[in-house]
Design a protein around this ligand. Sequence first.
Ligand code: FAD
Length: 497
Amino acid sequence: MDDNRFTRRTAIAGAAAAAALGSAQVAEAKKRKPHKHRRRALTRRADVIVVGAGLAGLTAAREILFKGKSVIVLEARGRVGGRILNHDIGGGHVTELGAEFVGATQDHINGLIDQLKIERFDTYDTGQNIYYTNGSKFTFSDTLPTGAAPVQLAPEAAVAITQLDQMSTSVPLDAPWTAPNAAEWDSQTLYTWLKNNSASPQFMGVASAATEAIFGAEPREISLLFTLFYIAASGNESNPGTFERNFNTRGGGQAQRIVGGTGLIPARMAQALGRRVRLHSPVTRIVQTRTGVTVHTDKLAYHGKRVIVATPPPIAGRISYEPGLSALRDQLTQRMPMGSLMKAEAVYDKPFWRDQGYTGQAISDVGPVKVTFDNSPPDGSVGVLMGFIGGTEARRLTQKSAADQQAAALQSFANYFGDQAKSPKEFVRFNWTTERWNRGCPVSVLAPGTLLDFGEAIRRPEGRIHWAGTETSTYWNGYMDGAVRSGERAAAEALAG
Ligand SMILES: Cc1cc2nc3c(=O)[nH]c(=O)nc-3n(C[C@H](O)[C@H](O)[C@H](O)COP(=O)(O)OP(=O)(O)OC[C@H]3O[C@@H](n4cnc5c(N)ncnc54)[C@H](O)[C@@H]3O)c2cc1C
């Protein structure tokens, strides 16, 4: 992608970035600012070295700076943001190729957005949702108790969701492996559980559509215990997580979007951190001694008292560690594969589906796109349809030519919103599985046996190494909120060490 867009955008966002650091920090930063004719060599020593400038790494760096300690962030890519990426669609509008939605109980990301003086707006949700099955189209309202799940599948959906919600209440978020039924639940997949509970073929189809969008995976790939943990994590300290809050738009995790796109969040954080963020710096090796850490990139070595690794766990597993990590941690990172997820986005002159009384949200058992949203900018002056292509659908589609991928995705949009959907003025498809520094998304997907036998290593520091990243979060694991929470926790740990 065009990394310079971030540079230009961060320049525009300078004022807001200053607000993000707070006036005291800004005054201090100004004092330390080098004279423009006297170029100082960049220091390679700091109290804490952070690996990865995604939301987790940037949050950790910000916290460390707030506490008056020095920090350097090493980022492999030529841009910040990781799984967050704006895409310019012209006319001053953007759409997001990675994370985009925020919602109720996501207090940490919402708080950060407010501090950065970024605005939110409600996801377009007026009208009827579409349920497409076996070549037939049905409509339903997400104001009904079944929410974003098709009312056509009630009461089956209601029974399954109530049961999953109920089971999830016994899963401790900081130690899911200690749940009373952990062994039983981590010995089966979500697919097995659905089958054992007599799910109909139609319900199995919608369950796949849901897990393809939520995890980039099929129900057969996901441990039941991990599913229950994920549900329990979709809340906060005062509101227990529920499937509804995770999956719904109205009142759920998809309720709101960001004016200017989520890309503004890491861009403004990085702007405030300035030259502490070093791009094009993939970390290859971390060496610990009794007194500190040396963090090696291809070309340079950085020294700190502590290091925070804020990358997805399987990517962290590709770094060399001296001395080696504990066997449990090493084996955990071998068992946390990233989901397979693509986003397809079609841009139209206007959001034509709104005139037909549709929200733009569809759920379907026919691929490749099985879940859609109205991704138009806040003023609706142009229309953007976004579709998730996940799990098996993503793996199959990536093997086709770009033209075939586009045709297949647009056919899905046409199935739901009519033939007009086949003629966008722009089409973008982003495949996260081919991104070297993520190798998939939106989150690591845990198969049976992982949480139970290896889970305890997920956040446990290894000497001077601390682990951040959304996969380490107790609440909103897999989401931006979880990433922010993890950065805050890891920073506190590193500073206490
Ligand atoms: C398609 C998609 C849709 C999503 N939708 C939503 C949504 O609507 N709402 C929501 O809340 N969340 C959503 N998410 C999830 C959200 O994007 C993530 O939870 C969050 O951004 C993760 O942040 P992170 O900092 O933990 O990890 P990352 O964003 O993965 O950051 C890790 C960083 O580390 C860098 N890195 C990796 N290896 C190295 C190395 N060796 N050396 C140096 N740097 C390295 C990477 O380049 C990256 O910048 C979505 C994700 C995707 C991809």
